[in-house]
Ligand binder design. Structure first.
Ligand SMILES: NC(=O)c1ccc[n+]([C@@H]2O[C@H](COP(=O)([O-])OP(=O)(O)OC[C@H]3O[C@@H](n4cnc5c(N)ncnc54)[C@H](OP(=O)(O)O)[C@@H]3O)[C@@H](O)[C@H]2O)c1
Length: 165
């Protein structure tokens, strides 16, 4: 059985999503967009991303993925494999969002049904990247441009239907 889930990420023009433990920009309005899209959902995140956020995000269920057996962040569920994380997420009956970081995006993009991708109009130095995207498997179904302290563009991509053979 396949599980429908979305990735949500913000990247620079050169596909940077992070520098060490941080997101290397501050763009007014972009966090509000993230909140609007994910509110009420179930969030899957890597342990490093959780620690960079520092807390469970309100109005959403957080599942932190780690190989550390004794990891117990307050207000979050913990999973030790991707399979266990998606299984727990599915039980919540909420929309599922993979919110990062680079390691999680790289291991979940191949099966994602939707990708919510914000591209910040900046070239930045960083050491964590979003995987090469879009691919021919996805179609852009929504595009919205925003002016702020840095311009940014929000797009929704949906996986193309596969034909039954
Ligand atoms: N721009 C954006 O939209 C965005 C969004 C999110 C994050 N970020 C940035 O991305 C960076 C963090 O990304 P990252 O790639 O370094 O780390 P990450 O993907 O957030 O977390 C990696 C950690 O998750 C755990 N993990 C990953 N795959 C696992 C698996 N299959 N089974 C069990 N555990 C697994 C491991 O934790 P343990 O080491 O504990 O075992 C691993 O070290 C930060 O700079 C952050 O600011 C940017």
């Amino acid at each position: 059985m396949t599980i429908d889930y979305a990735l949500i990420a913000a990247r620079s023009r050169n596909s940077v999503i992070g520098r060490d433990d941080e997101i290397p920009w501050h763009v007014k309005g972009e966090q509000a967009l993230f909140k609007k899209i994910t509110l009420g959902g179930c969030l899957l995140m890597g342990r490093r991303t959780f620690e960079s956020i520092g807390r469970a995000l309100p109005g959403r269920i957080s599942i932190v993925i780690t190989r550390q057996q004794d990891y117990a962040p307050e207000g979050c569920h913990v999973a030790h494999t991707l399979e266990a994380a998606f299984h727990s997420a599915e039980q919540t009956k909420r929309p599922i969002f993979v919110i990062g970081g680079g390691e999680l995006y790289a291991s979940t993009l191949a099966q994602a049904r939707w990708v919510h991708l914000t591209t910040i109009d900046l070239e930045v130095n960083g050491n964590v990247y979003f995987p090469p995207f879009p691919t021919a498997n996805f179609t852009c179904i929504h595009t919205e441009h925003f002016q702020s302290n840095h311009a940014y563009c929000y797009q929704t991509f949906e996986r193309n239907p596969t034909e039954n053979v």
